[in-house]
Design a binder for this molecule. Structure first.
Ligand SMILES: [Mg+2]
Length: 189
């Protein structure tokens, strides 16, 4: 399937959701491309997973921002590859550095750089420890098996809107509780 076909299908998938993330964050190695970039040379011509480019273009088309959170120790190689692939300028934030935390510091930086609340973010990564850590911060986090593809996109957007509904429901519950018992703290004392 060519990039244009993938983009068209991705646009259809995205179009079916009423609630969408404001920012989609991608890991690099084994999420956007099928290798560890630290094992490659800058002189090589890299390639992305087959669905990656179409998905990036579709998200961008829908006005959704894109960012990168990678623990790669070779940011220079990663950035050269993104440039060679013609996608570097698509990302509003590129946090690429090795770290002892499981990307929580990457997300803090993405949040302060973009101002997007973490619960308005959708994240794709191939490592479960990153998924666990980042979902605790409030981002909808999806474990990918063989890189990003249309199935993972569909799953991500479904989970995102489910999480969003839960947040909204809880907000309503609190508002209702508060408006019914505006003096509840007085009653306790
Ligand atoms: Mg990875």
């Amino acid at each position: 399937m060519g990039d244009e076909r993938v983009k068209a299908e991705a646009l259809q998938i995205i179009g079916a959701f009423q609630v969408l993330p404001r920012l989609v964050v991608f890991d690099l190695d084994y999420t956007l491309w099928p290798f560890y970039c630290e094992c490659r040379s800058k002189r090589e011509m890299p390639s992305l997973y087959p669905h990656a480019k179409g998905i990036l273009y579709a998200l961008k088309d829908k006005g959704i921002d894109l960012a990168i959170a990678s623990r790669s120790p070779t940011a220079d190689i990663a950035k050269t590859f993104l440039d060679k692939l013609g996608v570097k300028s698509m990302f509003v934030a590129q946090e690429i550095f090795s770290s002892w935390t499981h990307k929580t510091d990457h997300f803090q930086r993405i949040h302060s750089r973009t101002g997007v609340p973490i619960n308005s973010m959708l994240f794709f990564d191939d490592e479960n420890r990153n998924i666990q850590a980042v979902s605790k911060m409030g981002a909808t986090s999806i474990l990918v098996d063989k890189g990003i593809n249309l199935t993972a996109l569909q799953e991500g957007l479904t989970r995102f809107s489910e999480n969003w509904k839960t947040i909204e429901k809880n907000k309503q519950k609190w508002l209702k509780k508060f408006s019914q018992n505006p003096n509840s703290s007085d009653q306790i004392t």
